[in-house]
Design a protein around this ligand. Sequence first.
Ligand SMILES: [Zn+2]
Length: 217
Amino acid sequence: MYVRDAPDDGETVVVLGGVHGSELAGIDAAHSTREWEFDRGTLVVIPEANAPAVRDRTYSGPHGDLNQQFPAGRSPTTPIAEAIWSFLVETDPDAVIDMHSSMGIWGASLGPSGFGQAIFPTEAGDARAIAARANRSLNEAVVRPSSRYGGAYNFTRGNTLAGAHPRLIHKVSADLETAGYLTEVTRHDTALETRTGWSEAVAATLLAHHGIEVERE
Ligand SMILES: [Zn+2]
């Protein structure tokens, strides 16, 4: 993990990639965030959360699906999940961003359905409102200017995560009562470079809404 502290005090945001080791866009984007410059706040990056899965380029790795190991109100169920959770509790963040990719598109009327191009906010914090505002600026600045990726690829807000499933962001909502975002880009007819760019834009936009205005290269 990498901790970057700006000169001025502000919110602390944790960014994760590689909870699923085969979802390369989130891993590459998380590594990019380590290089960003900003004047206010603290950015904590865990770019390869499930390190054995990232090493093997597999979804789950040898210890099972890491995003099924964070039950609300109980201890995480594997040593990797326990280590990540203990670190989060110690860090006491104002927000957590967990970056993924998916085959389909959330709520798609055309093409395969799935989870892509969506931000799934926590019930806790101001996450629902922030996700809606972030989507508006993402679509205006990132999706719409490309003729190739029109309306079908617009980011939308997913359902609210509040502890019903043993996913990391569910537990962030239920146990830390903190804003969190499970973010998804789609692999449907997209290049890794495009997906990584979208993931970086999602992270930068959410960080800005938490007072961390980044300068990207
Ligand atoms: Zn995933």
